[in-house]
Design a protein around this ligand. Structure first.
Ligand code: NDP
Length: 251
């Protein structure tokens, strides 16, 4: 138990220290996958399998916590929300990609794999050892607001990724202007949805591990949203002028 907490604290601190550095680096240096894939990052693998490889620890490690640790009924709700997100991200999303032959430098899934191992570990420890949620947590405003935010974010993320995945016909690799839903207001509603999910998670679990995951997600996705938005504006002369990057009317 003490060893578990020691490791938990080290990983938690590492995520909170690295996230701001990651944020600043990603503002100037795009993560080399998708439209920013480029040479110079070592060997590559098909992006579909890259996604499976990097996300699978989140499914398995949380499932092991579910099986092996005693926990309150509320923790099961959190574990269920977590697994819904990650089962989709690991086993459904990658198999819907049209750009399956697009290479992803192996360094990207390797780093994602390491992050997901650490992040799932601290969230699993937090849900099963650190926090023992009482039944009345179900009616606590933090639980209600956080869970609603998580579910809303999940559906925004799903719907927005869906729009992107329907832009190409099978075999096509070009980029088009997405329309519909929150794309009327922002360039990256899929990232907004993802950020809302983990903000909701942090609020509903009221945990440091949840907070660290939210900070990490924000540090990853805000810079990428800004880059995507600039890329759209530079690539398409008819790109809607009123669209923002991530937050309608604001950012
Ligand atoms: P992108 O929006 O860059 O791309 C998603 C998919 O849609 C890719 O297959 C991409 O193709 C395709 N696509 C994107 N824009 C267009 C367009 N204009 N025209 C045609 N096809 C397009 O998302 P990411 O790949 O960065 O992320 C995928 C998911 O993973 C998102 O839901 C995101 O929220 C989540 N994620 C979460 C992170 C976290 O820290 N929690 C970190 C990173 C991602 P192509 O590959 O050819 O560009």
């Amino acid at each position: 138990m003490l060893n578990n907490i020691f490791l938990y604290e080290i990983i938690l601190k590492a995520i909170l220290v690295i996230a701001p550095v990651l944020f600043l680096s990603l503002l100037f240096f795009s993560a080399p996958y998708g439209r920013y894939a480029r040479r110079g990052f070592g060997p590559s693998m098909p992006n579909r399998w890259g996604w499976v490889m990097m996300e699978i620890p989140a499914v398995i490690i949380m499932f092991l916590f579910l099986l092996n640790e005693t926990q309150s009924g509320i923790s099961y709700i959190f574990l269920f929300l977590w697994e819904i997100h990650y089962l989709h991200r690991t086993f459904i999303f990658p198999f819907r990609l049209h750009s399956v032959s697009k290479p992803m430098p192996i360094i990207v899934p390797v780093m994602g794999f390491i992050f997901n191992m650490g992040n799932t570990y601290i969230n699993g420890i937090s849900l099963t050892i650190i926090h023992k949620y009482p039944t009345f947590w179900l009616i606590d405003p933090r639980f209600i607001i956080g869970t609603l935010l998580f579910i809303t974010g999940f559906f925004i993320n799903l719907q927005s990724d869906n729009v992107l995945l329907h832009l190409r016909k099978p075999g096509e690799t070009t980029y088009k202007i997405p329309h519909g839903g929150l794309y009327s207001y922002i360039s990256c509603p899929n990232y907004l949805g993802e950020i809302m999910e983990w903000l909701g998670w942090a609020i509903a679990t009221w945990s440091l591990a949840g907070f660290a995951f939210f900070v990490w997600t924000f540090a990853n996705l805000l810079p990428r949203a800004l880059l995507h938005h600039r890329w759209y504006c530079e690539t398409f002369s008819d790109y809607p002028k009123n669209r923002r990057a991530l937050v309608p009317w604001i950012l």
